[in-house]
Design a protein around this ligand. Structure first.
Ligand code: NAD
Ligand SMILES: O=C(O)C(=O)C[C@@H](O)[C@H](O)[C@H](O)COP(=O)(O)O
Ligand code: ZN
Length: 393
């Protein structure tokens, strides 16, 4: 693994290799604010945004900035971000991490600390997370812990990161035994969602982002779910107007939930809909085999099925959610994790979920469309759900 870093004035090679800016719309950015007293911050959503100086005008000027990115995103966007930051910071360094969920680890996190220390970065250094949720979660955790806390900015370049992971301050890394098991709450100073960056995103990753968008319907806003049913095809071809609405509404919902319960004392757990099953899929398959959004998509269907078997929603609701997940290009069958005792393996993996208490799994379930509830379920019922949802179609 390498640490690629350079100062602001030696980046011409990367800048030349970049894609030209593409946009169909050049309106002023929309701003969603997340209200967290002194930790409040704006989420800017628009086009032509991440490489515009005005987007960062609210930030404190400083001596040193560190762009944290990865091998895929760096050649696409890091040069442009670096150029714009050079106006505000006398040194702009970059660290390029290996790409992928399998690298959301201590070893990769250490590359960020190595870069910070090698460049003599101090407590006023601002970290910029340029990439998807993996880069964002690791950069945030590095910012939370370097010198016991430095500021950071999220510049999300995947749909999933724009609608979910860049907002709310959950940061961390994976452990082989469980997703996101080591981390901290640390809010960014600013989130800059440039819809133009989604033009280069592979279709499979776009679909993964749609899973986290779909999530907001059943847990919070069934009108939004109906809007998604009408606009899912437009979203899949990156229609700017549809994307702008989906990103904005998702951020509004997440901001409202996090603003009311920053550290998941209660309400915030609803954002984990689909994640108890989904995280088991991710770790059980090996990180990166199923994308996070794919695990969440199948996990939501499993949680909906469990809700139905507990009498909380009707079969029509499950079928409706399943149809939308399918139309988003996501898998609707959950994978088999163990040929001998598949349901047992799911249960074993889910017992390490952060919502579990004294080894008892607590699921986010749908208690009527648009309303989520956190509750336990008998193992026998969970087994039935796993067996049903993993069965061949
Ligand atoms: N902190 C939170 O609240 C939160 C919320 C949801 C998910 N997450 C975490 O986020 C991660 C998933 O994030 P993700 O789906 O963004 O995955 P990711 O960060 O792995 O990015 C997906 C892929 O897209 C590439 N990519 C990124 N931007 C691109 C662009 N503009 N063009 C082309 N390729 C691009 C990346 O290099 C990567 O290969 C998981 O680790 C998940 O646990 C965290
Ligand atoms: O922000 C939250 O809260 C969420 O739960 C959002 C999820 O989409 C995200 O995947 C989160 O990282 C999962 O949190 P975890 O506490 O289960 O690791
Ligand atoms: Zn998630």
């Amino acid at each position: 693994m390498t640490i690629a870093s350079e100062s602001a004035d030696v980046d011409s090679a990367t800048a030349v290799a970049e894609l030209p800016a593409r946009s169909t719309q050049n309106d002023a950015p929309q701003i969603v604010r997340i209200g967290l007293a002194e930790r409040s911050y704006p989420i800017a959503i628009g086009t032509h945004l991440f490489s515009e100086a005005e987007a960062y005008a609210s930030l404190p000027q400083g001596h040193c900035a560190l762009i944290v990115t990865n091998t895929t995103v760096s050649p696409l966007y890091a040069g442009r971000l670096k150029s714009v930051l050079a106006a505000s910071y006398s040194q702009v360094h970059r660290v390029v991490l290996p790409d992928g969920e399998a690298h959301k680890t201590w070893q990769t996190l250490n590359l960020i600390f190595d870069a910070l220390l090698q460049h003599g970065c101090d407590r006023n250094t601002v970290l910029f997370a340029l990439g998807g949720g993996v880069v964002g979660d690791m950069t945030g955790f590095a910012a939370a812990s370097f010198m016991r806390g430095v500021p950071f900015v999220q510049v999300p370049t995947t749909l999933l990161a724009q609608v979910d992971s860049s907002v709310g301050g959950k940061t961390g890394i994976n452990h082989p035994l469980g997703k996101n098991m080591i981390g901290a709450f640390h809010q960014p100073l600013l989130v800059v969602c440039d819809l133009d960056t989604l033009d280069t995103l592979p279709a499979r990753e776009l679909s993964a982002g749609l899973a986290e968008i779909i999530k907001y319907g059943p847990i919070y806003d069934m009108d939004f779910m109906a809007w998604l049913e009408a606009h899912i095809d437009a979203l899949r071809v990156c229609d700017r107007v549809a994307l702008a609405h989906a990103v904005r509404r998702s951020c509004e919902i997440k901001a409202a939930v996090v603003g009311a319960d920053e550290r998941e004392a209660g309400l915030r757990a609803i954002l984990n809909f689909g994640h108890t099953f989904g995280h088991a899929i991710e770790s059980g398959m090996g990180y990166g085999v199923w994308l996070h959004g794919e695990g969440v998509g199948a996990g939501m269907l499993m949680a909906a099925e469990l809700s139905h078997r507990l009498g909380l929603v009707d079969a029509a609701f499950c079928a409706r959610l399943r149809a939308l997940v399918a139309r988003a290009g996501l898998p609707v069958r959950a994978p088999v994790l163990d040929a001998n005792d598949n349901a047992g393996r799911y249960l074993e993996l889910m017992r390490v979920d952060k919502k579990a208490q004294a080894g008892e799994i607590r699921f986010v379930l749908i208690d009527g469309p648009g309303k989520a509830v956190l509750r336990t379920a008998p193992d026998a019922l969970v087994r039935e759900v796993v067996n049903t949802c993993c069965a061949p179609a």
